[in-house]
Design a protein around this ligand. Structure first.
Ligand SMILES: [Zn+2]
Length: 330
């Protein structure tokens, strides 16, 4: 068996096994990430690189364990075991109740789970700590074989994000919410965006504002791009990312799940009834926004588990390092 790197958790900053992208990982400057090494037959030897340090984690290596516990986010997110347990659907509940459901349904990535999979002598768990921004290379030898991968050491990038819950005028002459979603959902959306983006790109989204946005007219039930653009609201208030919840959105007539509007740098999303569906759509449209300078689209249509291919988190929300280089360049 030859020496090879593989991801510890799905969509957590390790690219491996894809035909279209090289083996690579994301490591934050002054932070850490984990990668699995399979096919080891002996002591590991690492080639030094100024961008990072690498340490094998074992139950006996208390220092590395403590660093990993401190630096590697154990996220409240899907893991392989939860995927195997089958899909579940959350209806749009709000506030505390939704937070509780999430905590229960998604117990998260645990270092202990990773260590349990790295118990055989051939499978090892490596902690990679970022020291200097830039592209490094992790090369390891074990016995007669060698494996190598790219290590992208990225600074953290903070992005202020606002959610605008559009209201129009109803038949009774009063303000009418267009979306089933309310501002109370926003903090959970931010947490989930960070679950997707932080381990893969070292981008952190911060909640700038989440509030109703009243429009003093009656809008059509099915809102189209040409009706929205004249309204394209001066409500940004300093946020870099602005997401508009408009209810039933038909975009340019193709009835998309969501749209990134290049002219205004706005994201408009159709109402999705589940938290997961709406947040995956928002995360995907944010990818278009972050890559707007190169008109970033859907470069890998065959990679069904990529965030910029799919709008279904069960298929994956993977962001390879070539994409991350547009979203948060080193
Ligand atoms: Zn798209």
């Amino acid at each position: 068996m030859s020496l090879a790197f593989s991801e510890v958790w799905r969509d957590a900053g390790v690219d491996g096994g894809s035909k279209t992208h090289p083996t690579a990982m994301m490591v934050p400057v002054k932070g850490a990430n984990l990668v699995m090494l399979t096919g080891a037959s002996a002591q590991l030897q690492f080639k030094p690189d100024p961008h990072f340090t690498v340490t094998e984690i074992t139950r006996g290596n208390k220092g590395a364990m403590q660093t990993a516990k401190r630096e590697v986010p154990e996220l409240a997110m899907r893991s392989k075991s939860e995927d195997a347990a089958g899909p579940f659907v959350l209806m749009p509940l709000f506030g505390e109740m939704m937070g509780e459901l999430f905590a229960r349904e998604m117990p998260g990535r645990k270092l202990d789970d990773a260590l349990a999979r790295a118990t055989s002598t051939s499978t090892r768990l490596l902690l990679v700590e970022g020291k200097r921004r830039g592209l490094g290379r992790l090369t390891v030898k074990s016995g007669g074989s060698e494996a190598t991968m790219q290590v992208w050491v990225r600074d953290s990038r903070s992005i202020q994000t606002s959610f605008h819950f559009v209201q129009d005028i109803g038949p009774d002459g009063k303000a009418r919410p267009r979306s089933i979603w309310q501002a109370a959902a926003a903090s959970q959306w931010i947490a989930r965006l960070n679950d997707i983006y932080t381990p893969q790109t070292n981008i952190n989204f911060n909640l700038h504002a989440a509030a109703p946005l009243p429009i003093p007219q009656t809008l059509p039930d099915r809102l189209a791009l040409d009706q929205w653009l004249p309204l394209a609201i001066k409500a940004r208030g300093g946020a870099a990312v602005n997401v508009f919840l408009v209810g039933n959105w038909i975009g340019d007539g193709n009835d998309p799940l969501g749209s990134f509007i290049k002219a205004t740098k706005d994201i408009v999303v159709d109402d999705h009834k589940t938290h997961d569906d709406i947040i995956t759509t928002i995360a995907h449209e944010i990818g278009h926004l972050l890559g707007a300078s190169v008109s970033f689209g859907h470069p890998d249509p065959a990679e069904k588990g990529f965030l910029m291919t799919t709008l279904n988190w069960r298929r994956g929300a993977h962001i390879p390092q070539a994409y991350a280089q547009h979203f948060n360049p080193i």
